[in-house]
Design a protein around this ligand. Sequence first.
Ligand code: GAR
Length: 223
Amino acid sequence: MSLEKKSAEKSIVILISGRGSNMASLLSAVASGKLPVRIAGVISNRPDAQGLVMAAAHGVPTCVVDHQQFADREAFDTAMAAAIDQLAPDLVVLAGFMRILTDGFVQHFAGRLMNIHPSLLPSFPGLHTHRRALEAGVRIHGCTVHFVTPTLDHGPVIVQAAVPVLDGDDEAGLAARVLAQEHQVYPMAVRWFAEGRLRLADGRVVLDVAQDAAGLLIAPVAL
Ligand code: GAR
């Protein structure tokens, strides 16, 4: 491998379905020089995703692969994989991408497909995680960045951020507290990958970071 190739900046493609606040946190980390990646594109499965407007305003190429235009999940995932492959990213970053992925799609991007989920997995996979955390009465909640495997909201954990659940919390308040941490840990995990310090080997996360300093569990003291 030539030196030029070795030091080349990694590129990422971000998949969204809606608001795009996690995407925005990645864009601003790149803009401020804290995240050394090139954002090759943002792709949405929904034409009306708010995040598309924000990405375009940052000069990032955007594209829509509308799932409603496809007969089945297989056909949609094939088209989505082709759209991603055209951009030839090193890493595919799911940022509020709310589609169940086929095994074929996951296998195609194995080891370079990352997701963020608003709970401390394996607790509360799926939807309405904050409501379910409140109903369960847990005292600690949070978010998880993980490599994607065929099982929904599952897969080797890269980093987690924990927040306390306070008496009197409602769903919106708890969601906001978790989201603030999502915006911290996702750029961090993507940076580890971009720097070649994070990879998946034999189904396990291999991470070369000073764990006492960086931590794999982010527990904020000031809230
Ligand atoms: C985020 O809370 C993300 O963790 C969650 O959707 C939200 C998207 O918000 N993802 C999942 O639930 C995936 N299972 P955003 O569009 O503002 O980033």
